[in-house]
Write a protein that binds this ligand. Structure first.
Ligand code: G6P
Length: 372
């Protein structure tokens, strides 16, 4: 097993280090001169032309990838996108039919809840596309179309590199559908492709520059009993993913919230010393959103929260506001989640390690849940 870990202390440490490759390999052969060309979707335009809605179904981390994808896919295709947990989807007689594209996301391709939802959707006439990391798995075999993620085998129970690969595949799919439907200008699509191509290098930069610091925080926080995560827009599902990872790996009570929701309830949780990670949106993209998140930071800090901000390089406004600032490289709209999640994965892994826990095999969890 030591050899399989390639010198890393755990499969998870190895898999987090492979996040740049997971994105690069998922892009390989699918982008050319600023255009998305997905050979697997050749001849399948019909799947995308007659639809008026997209429903993404998944469980766990894969569902958070779906929530991230929703923002860009809606923007690029102008098709409404809903994201639902697979096990909730099937039990409420959803309004679906031949105008619906159901996109499932599953690392293993064997999650029973997701599989049953895909079968259910198909029986009701919906079109189905599977985003999956495992060649030949059951869910892709049950689907009309497949876009594989090429993250490589993921051994650690909690998903890391597959998550960034899933977002990458969703973005490729969104750009593909946008082109097929003529919903996106080629020049805009080319910009997004360039953004995607730059992501692996940027993730590598975060691993190189911030990993030791994040591990240090995790070590200091080994006795923490609760951590909160705040994000807005595409940062919101990243807050949820940061919290899930911490629950899974470190058995710590953790919650993610939409920053705007703070005043509607969660702020009551803030007491002196409460650690809160805040994903700060880029001020270059939306000065308004940035200002709002900074004022959320001010509100929780006034109540004693210890704020660890994840902010883009050059965002000076955040410095005097937060206790700690972790930097991520600049990225275009929709692309920061692929970067902001990296310190959160490192943090959860670091905290679990500091507590002496087995990060690869957390208690009570299975890599692939093949029962409903
Ligand atoms: C299990 C794992 C999670 C994973 C979820 C979905 O609960 O513990 O890490 O996110 O299943 O798995 P899938 O293989 O469908 O992506």
């Amino acid at each position: 097993a030591a050899a399989e870990k390639g010198g890393w202390s755990s499969f998870m440490a190895k898999e987090v280090s492979e996040e740049p490759d997971a994105v690069a390999n998922t892009l390989r052969g699918r982008v050319r001169d600023g255009e998305v060309v997905i050979p697997e979707l050749d001849g399948l335009d019909d799947l995308f032309l007659g639809i008026s809605r997209i429903i993404v179904i998944a469980c766990g981390t894969a569902a958070y990838a779906g929530q991230v994808g929703k923002y860009a896919i809606e923007q690029w295709t102008r098709i409404p996108v809903d994201v639902e947990l697979a096990h909730e989807f099937r039990y409420r007689d959803p309004v679906i039919g031949t105008d619906t594209l159901v996109v499932s996301i599953s690392q293993s391709g064997e999650t029973m809840d997701t599989l049953m939802a895909v079968k259910y959707a198909r029986e009701r006439g919906a079109k189905t596309l599977s985003i999956c990391n495992t060649q030949g798995a059951t869910i892709p075999r049950e689907s009309d179309a497949i876009v594989y993620t090429h993250a490589g085998p993921e051994v650690a129970v909690a998903s890391t590199k597959a998550f960034v690969a899933q977002i990458t595949a969703l973005y490729l799919m969104g750009l593909h559908i946008g082109r097929v439907r003529g919903a996106i200008a080629p020049a805009d699509a080319a910009d997004h492709v360039r953004e995607l191509e730059a992501i692996p290098g940027k993730i590598a930069q975060i691993l190189e520059r911030e990993q030791p610091r994040v591990e240090q925080f995790a070590h200091w926080m080994a006795d923490t009993r609760s951590v909160l995560f705040l994000g807005r827009h595409v940062g919101y599902p990243i807050a949820l993913e940061g919290a899930l990872k911490l629950k899974e790996l470190a058995y710590i009570h953790a919650e993610g919230f939409a920053a705007g929701e703070l005043k509607h309830g969660p702020i009551a949780l803030i007491e002196p010393g409460q650690p809160v990670f805040v994903i700060v949106p880029s001020p270059r993209k939306s000065a308004e959103m940035h200002k709002k998140v900074i004022s959320s930071i001010e509100e929780i800090r006034a109540r004693g929260a210890r704020v660890i901000a994840i902010a883009e390089e050059g965002d000076a406004a955040v410095l005097p506001k937060a206790d700690e600032v972790l930097r991520i490289p600049l990225a275009g709209p929709f692309f920061e989640p692929l970067l902001a999640v990296v310190p959160l994965h490192i943090f959860a892994m670091g905290l679990a390690t500091a507590k002496g826990l087995d990060v690869d095999q957390p208690r009570n969890l299975a890599k692939s849940v093949t029962v409903e």
